[in-house]
Design a protein around this ligand. Structure first.
Ligand code: IMP
Ligand code: MG
Length: 192
């Protein structure tokens, strides 16, 4: 399949190895404590599931679901669609994100969570697209730096699709995403 509209960026094996390292680091840093892993739905779903199992100390898991206000205007102001089930006050919190792009979403979330007075608050982000950063954000645990390309797979979607791909693919030509059959053909070839 000679199609360079979509390219394999990170294999499932590369991701798995890195997630294991992040899990080991977190297990070491939080030894004797029980951190709260907070996943930002829906993109962090797959990453959080793997990360939690790579951590060897006890953890709590909770989720938030958010949506950006409006389209296009990236103000970073988000609406909380589903808030945490539990209080994080006095707990060690690790916010788990799929990708940090402009940093606006994360900045908003950190402010929101900080106001709840956790004992500590750190960020674990799988992908860092730093070329697009508007606001600097502290990423304590980072998976990979990636170029300024749109990526899908391993939780990351385009209009709700492709979250279930085991690897991460970068889309060079966004037009290809208009034809799911063509995408499927390219992916079949590389995920086989
Ligand atoms: P930002 O850092 O506020 O710009 O927002 C980051 C959010 O935008 C992520 O949590 C993703 O949901 C989404 N996003 C950014 N870049 C990509 C991408 O390349 N593929 C899929 N979703 C993305
Ligand atoms: Mg997200």
């Amino acid at each position: 399949m000679a199609d360079d509209s979509i390219g394999l960026l990170l294999t499932a094996e590369q991701i798995g190895a890195r997630v294991k390292e992040l899990g080991a680091k977190i297990s070491h840093d939080y030894e004797g404590r029980t951190p709260f892993l907070i996943g930002v739905l829906k993109g962090s779903l797959v990453f959080l599931a793997d990360l939690a199992r790579a951590i060897t100390i006890p953890v709590n898991v909770d989720f938030m679901s958010i949506s950006s206000y409006g389209d296009g205007t990236n103000s970073g102001v988000v609406r909380i669609l589903k808030d945490l089930d539990e209080s994080i006050t006095g707990h060690d919190v690790i916010l788990v994100e799929d990708i940090i792009d402009t940093g606006l979403t994360l900045t908003y979330l950190l402010a929101t969570l900080t106001a709840r007075r956790p004992a500590s608050l750190e960020v674990c982000g799988l992908l860092d697209k730093s070329a697009r950063r508007i606001v600097e954000v502290p990423i304590r645990y980072k998976g990979f730096d990636i170029p300024d390309e749109f990526v899908i797979g391993y939780g990351l979607d385009h209009e709700g699709r492709y979250r279930n791909l085991r690897s991460i693919f970068s889309v060079k030509d966004m037009a290809v995403l208009r034809d799911p059959d063509e995408v499927a053909a390219v992916l079949d070839a590389s995920e086989a």
